[in-house]
Design a protein around this ligand. Sequence first.
Ligand code: F6P
Length: 559
Amino acid sequence: MSSVANATPDQLPAWKALKEHADALKSVHLKTLFAESSTRFDHFAHQAAGVMLDLSKQRWQDETLDKLLALAEAAELPGAIKALLSGQRVNTSEDRPALHTALRLPPEASLEVDGEDVVAAVHASLEQMEALVSRLHAGQWRGATGKPIRHVVNLGVGGSDLGPLMVTHALADYRPDDVHPVEVHFASTMDGSQLADYLSRLNPEVTLFVLSSKSFTTIDTLSNANTAKDWLLGRLTRQGATPISAELVIRQHFIGVSGSPQKMRAWRIAPAHQLRFWEWVGGRYSLWGTIGLPIALAIGMDNFRALLAGAHAMDRHFQAAPMAENLPVLLALAGIWNVNFLDIRAHSILPYDGRLEYFAAYLEQLEMESNGKSVTRQGQAIDYSTCPVLWGQLGPNAQHAFYQLLHQGMQPVECDFIAPLKRYDDVEDPETRRHLQTQHRLALANCFAQSRLLMLGDDAIDDEGPRPPHKRYRGNQPSTTVLLDQLTPHTLGALIALYEHKVFVQAVIWDINPFDQWGVELGKQIATETQQIIDGQAPADHMDASTRGLIEAFWAADE
Ligand code: F6P
């Protein structure tokens, strides 16, 4: 994508200019940048789609941003954004578009890919999903013994789990109260721990499983699904005097969501209970379509559509806003500056709202599976850093766990603080509302205090005298604060889309493909081979000494 033929990003003049600029700015403490300008916040804070982004606590100044914007231009970012949103084949190694943004286009829009109007197809799939949700919410979906379904367990992993799990948890307050109650659960782990728990306490007569897998080949999900199927068959076909057929049990207790109708058919999922999506939706970008079924079940279809509308509002902003005011672009550039020029290669995600408990886990896949790459789109080895190590936790809890390292460790870390401005307005009981709003203010105070302390270090507080070295804080740790007006389906949609586009912008600048994940394939293959050895169906002789030793330890324990 770079404008200089065959140049890697680090050979661009704009990259070199940033290197020189970083050398000059590296020794300047963030507190100095704040002392020099009282308008930093006004200057570096931007808003769109109910999201405010404060980038003033980044270790940068106007000149830095100008140079980063020049790098984005040199990497042909505006053209890349157009290519993404218009359905060009931006996923080069798999030769397909990455059209998750089409999943949130309004019905009146149109977008053609390979001769198909994808908007019409998307809305047809949403309507099919809505019909299933309505049946469950009306209490009209009955299990094989005739009782209405009360529990839905999503069986999926990675993108077929993390997005739906994160959003369902974040928007639990939006559960519709005028519908037949259906509880939504998630089981992802291949060892069966989560599933075993559900099987021990749920009633099979009123439990339905969603087999959620784009490929329908993921062993983690299929092994959970096989265990669930046998549990249902074992319990239900032998119920009462009249025998119940296996076909009826599978029809009434399984929904399939996949890109492969053939494989759903082979699994004997009833055609009417198959929800489809397309090759051009990447797994970690799939929560907006039928993979979002658990979300729609938990919060209702109207709220699900509000989530899509929020994401679409951020898409429109990403498409139309000038680069210098474009939230995803600015968030991405802050990351590029930290990773490639300040050598800060750890990034922590710190929400100050318990409803965002799974946000960091969701972003870990979105960012690291997308941009954890080491070759360019043309296959050249890369000589600069790409995706940082990203991890996180609820900020208030992390304060009592790993903030020690943020404040006094040897590792520079970029932090994202995320919080809603308003909360608990709708709590009915005035006394409880007052208490909870006080707790919300407490969380916000901690959020703002922590980013300030990370920025200023010792200067954040007036001391009587100098503190001993072990009580000192150096500060100068960069952070971004993301504030939502409130956490609603609309603002959450916009927040997720903000990060999706940030990942894309960084990939364009690093000249990598964010839409494939070849780095997870080999592990799947060699696990299959290892399983054959563990099961005694293949020899262990060619294994390295460690792996052989571990396998033999298992055999010894299994005797
Ligand atoms: O193994 C990685 C991965 O392919 C992810 O990209 C994906 O989200 C996850 O597995 C689940 O894949 P599927 O939806 O095909 O089961």
